[in-house]
Design a protein. Sequence first.
Length: 178
Amino acid sequence: MSVSTEKENTYDPTEAIPPGLAAGVLVGIWFAANIDGRADCMRRFDLQPHAAICLLIMTTETVTSGDGIAQKLSLFGYRYFSRREALIVAEEGLYSLKENGYIRLDARGKRELKENDHHTWGLGDIQWLLTAKGAKTIVASYCACKGLDSSHQAQAVKDILAANKKAVADFRMKQKES
């Protein structure tokens, strides 16, 4: 991934990865590689690549649903993933994260999952909550991608969890209003 400044559109290898996900981050995680020599942004996960991608999207983009993750995947990186591939990666990633305790469902989410159509790919708008284990696993990559110093990791975990809970509550409030 080459990072270029907006002013001159020139390559600057010392420039930090901008907030949010970039195509190079996704590709680096997918192939479990360092991102342009930025070892601090990518560490070896005990997660499968699709689960790590889902977790990073959930934290950096404050996305809480399978459809939201699939949308981000199909938009990032000039469509590395087709819409169907993105739905498959999101569903497999979310199930992997759930099985390993990185995310969870509240009572409403469990009910929605039971009612979900399991004959098609994708988990729709079922809202997933991050666990502390999930936030602690991804915090090093989150801090590096957001340009934060590693000394802010403890506060970043709290911020990640609070932002996730707020995003779920906001989504449900909007859903209730409509």
